[in-house]
Design a binder for this molecule. Structure first.
Ligand code: PMP
Length: 446
C-alpha cells in the first residue's frame, strides 16, 4: 500500500503539485490559502474566471433534471440548445455541431469526418493531411500526428499516421527585411499549394491550422491575408480547411471565432477549452452543411462516437457559458480588455533587453523571450528559461503558460497569457507586474 503522503494520482509529472482548493473570480486558492492570479486561464480555458454563478446554477439545474442519456438512444434539450446556439453564431456555411468531451477528441473527429466525406463523395484517394510545423492539435494519436511539435511527437513517431508539415506564419522570425507583412503572408501561404502539388492534389484531404497559434508559439497571429490565400488554395484543389480554434475560439481573440477577423470560413472547425470555461469537460466539431449533407444523403451516419458524446450536464454548462459570453456581452469586451493588457505589457516589457516580441489578439497574448533583442538569438534551451518563468510566476502568485522554442530549433522561449474576460484593470496591472518580476527572476537564476 502506498504511504498517505504520496499522491495516488497518475499526473503529468511525478513532482508534487500544490493543491487547488477554491476559485474566486480570476484567482485560484491553494491549500495554504495562497492566491494565484490566473493569467492564462490554465491553458486558455477559464474565460469566465472560477466562480461564475450563472454557469454553476445552470449545471445544478441540469443535474436535478437529467445527468446522462446515451446518444445511441436519446438526444436532450441541453445538447439541442447548445448545438443550436453554436451553429447560429458560427462562420458561414457551418450548420451542424458534433459535441465531444475536449479538444483532442474534436480534432480526431475532424480528421475522420474529412476522410468519410471524401469516401461518400467518390474520392477515396484523398487521405493525406497537411499541417504546420510549430503546431499542437492534441494528444490522441491522430491529433498528435497532425501537430508539428517535435518533442511531443518524438516518442510516439512509429504510431503516428503520416502528416506533412509546412512552415507556420511566423513573421517575427521569418519575414525578410525587404518584404511587407502582406507579401510575407502570401509567400508562406503559397507553401501549402506547393505541398499539395508535390503530394498530388487527388491524394490530399485536408489542411489543418490554428488561426492564432497558442501553446506551441505564444499567441502567434497570422499576417494579414494569410488565411484568405490559404482558403483560396484549399478551394482551388478541393482540399478541406479544418481550423483548430480549441484555444483561440470562443471569443478569446475578440471575435467569437478567431477566423472571423481573417475574413474566412472553414469547412470544419474544432472548439473546446473556453466552450466549457473549465466548468465542464466539453469540445465540439462544427461542420459545413455540404459535409453533413454528403454523409446524411450517403451512408446516413458519421461512423464515430464516444460514450460521453453530447453529455447533457456538460452541454448545459457550455450553453450557460455561451449565454455569458454572447448575451451578457463578455466577448464584446475582449478587444478593450486586450488592448489594456497589451498596453500594460508594453509599458513594462516593451523595451526589456530579453523580450523580443509581444503579440497576439484580444485576451490571447504572447511574450517571446530572447538572449539578444537585436539579433533575436534565443536563449540556450539547456537553461530551460520557460520552466524557470513558470516556477517564479507561481512563487509570485501568478499562473501563466510558458513554453520552450520549437520551430526548427530557432524560436525562443515564450509565455502565453489568456486571462479571464472578467479581468479588471488592477488585475491586469498585477498580472503584468508579476510576470515582469517572474521573467527577471528566471533569467537571473536559470
Ligand atoms: N488543439 C489546440 C490548439 C490545443 O491548444 C489543445 C490543448 N492545448 C488541443 C487541441 C487539445 O485539447 P484537449 O487538451 O482538450 O484535448
Amino acid at each position: 500500500m502506498s504511504s498517505e503522503a504520496e499522491s495516488a494520482v497518475f499526473g503529468r509529472s511525478s513532482a508534487p503539485l500544490r493543491k487547488a482548493v477554491a476559485g474566486d473570480g480570476c484567482y485560484i486558492i491553494d491549500s495554504d490559502g495562497k492566491r494565484y492570479l490566473d493569467g492564462s486561464g490554465g491553458a486558455a480555458v477559464s474565460c469566465l474566471g472560477h466562480s461564475d454563478a450563472h454557469v454553476k446554477q445552470a449545471m445544478k439545474d441540469q443535474l436535478d433534471k437529467l445527468a446522462f442519456a446515451h446518444t445511441g438512444f436519446f438526444t436532450s434539450d441541453a445538447a439541442e440548445n447548445l448545438a443550436r446556439k453554436l451553429v447560429d453564431n458560427a462562420p458561414d456555411g457551418i450548420s451542424r455541431a458534433y459535441l465531444l468531451s475536449g479538444g483532442s477528441e474534436a480534432v480526431e473527429a475532424s480528421l475522420k469526418l474529412a476522410r468519410q466525406y471524401f469516401l461518400e463523395t467518390g474520392q477515396p484517394s484523398r487521405h493525406r493531411v497537411i499541417a504546420r510545423r510549430q503546431s499542437y492539435h492534441g494528444n490522441t494519436l491522430g491529433a498528435l500526428a497532425a501537430g508539428g511539435n517535435a518533442w511531443r511527437r518524438e516518442k510516439y513517431a512509429p504510431l503516428l499516421i503520416e502528416v506533412s508539415h509546412i512552415a507556420p506564419c511566423y513573421q517575427y522570425r521569418d519575414r525578410r527585411d525587404d518584404e511587407s507583412l502582406e507579401a510575407y503572408g502570401q509567400r508562406v501561404a503559397n507553401e501549402l499549394e506547393t505541398q499539395i502539388q508535390r503530394l498530388g492534389s487527388e491524394t490530399v484531404m485536408a489542411f489543418i491550422a490554428e488561426p492564432v497559434v497558442g501553446a506551441t508559439a505564444g499567441a502567434l497571429d497570422p499576417a494579414p491575408g494569410y488565411f484568405k490565400r490559404i482558403r483560396e488554395i484549399c478551394d482551388a484543389h478541393g482540399v478541406l480547411l479544418i481550423l483548430d480554434e480549441v484555444m483561440c475560439g470562443m471569443g478569446r481573440t475578440g471575435s467569437f471565432f478567431a477566423s472571423e477577423q481573417d475574413g474566412i470560413a472553414p469547412d470544419i472547425v474544432c472548439i473546446a477549452k473556453g466552450l466549457g470555461a473549465g466548468y465542464a469537460p466539453i469540445g465540439a466539431m462544427l461542420a459545413s452543411e455540404t459535409i453533413y449533407r454528403a454523409i446524411a444523403d450517403g451512408s446516413g451516419s458519421f461512423q464515430h462516437g464516444h460514450t460521453y458524446h453530447a453529455h447533457p450536464l456538460s452541454a448545459a454548462g457550455a450553453h450557460a457559458v455561451l449565454e455569458r459570453l454572447l448575451d451578457d456581452g463578455l466577448v464584446a469586451g475582449v478587444h478593450g480588455r486586450g488592448d489594456r493588457l497589451m498596453a500594460a505589457l508594453n509599458a513594462r516589457l516593451g523595451q526589456h533587453p530579453h523580450v523580443g516580441d509581444i503579440r497576439g489578439r484580444g485576451l490571447f497574448r504572447g511574450v517571446e523571450l530572447v538572449e539578444d533583442r537585436e539579433t533575436k538569438q534565443p536563449f540556450d534551451p539547456a537553461r530551460k528559461i520557460n520552466v524557470h518563468v513558470k516556477k517564479a510566476a507561481m512563487n509570485e502568485g501568478l499562473i501563466c503558460y510558458p513554453a520552450g522554442g520549437t520551430v526548427d530549433g530557432k524560436s525562443g522561449d515564450h509565455v502565453l497569457l489568456a486571462p479571464p474576460f472578467i479581468i479588471s484593470d488592477s488585475e491586469i496591472d498585477e498580472l503584468a507586474d508579476k510576470l515582469t518580476r517572474a521573467i527577471d527572476t528566471a533569467i537571473a537564476t536559470a
